[in-house]
Design a protein around this ligand. Structure first.
Ligand SMILES: [Zn+2]
Ligand SMILES: [Zn+2]
Length: 74
């Protein structure tokens, strides 16, 4: 058995609804790989064994959000 992130491994898709405009927010990848310097300056990215942090971005207004994606056993 292995603990893996379902999004990183393409086992499932996740979309969120934007708080600002109601459009679909898409997964942009892991926070560690996506975040730019101005984000990381005031935010600690703690990836741990139980979850993976992903960045979601709104398709229309470009609002960004991070979300913990809990790993699953395969
Ligand atoms: Zn992941
Ligand atoms: Zn939006």
């Amino acid at each position: 058995m292995n603990k893996v992130c379902p999004l990183c491994n393409k086992l499932s898709e996740k979309t969120l609804i934007c708080n600002k405009c109601g459009s679909v927010m898409e997964n942009k990848g892991r926070a560690q790989e996506v975040l730019l310097d101005d984000y990381t300056a005031n935010m600690t990215i703690n990836d741990n064994s139980d979850y993976c942090i992903h960045i979601f971005e709104c398709n229309s207004c470009k609002e960004g959000r991070t979300m913990q994606i809990f790993k699953i056993l395969i």
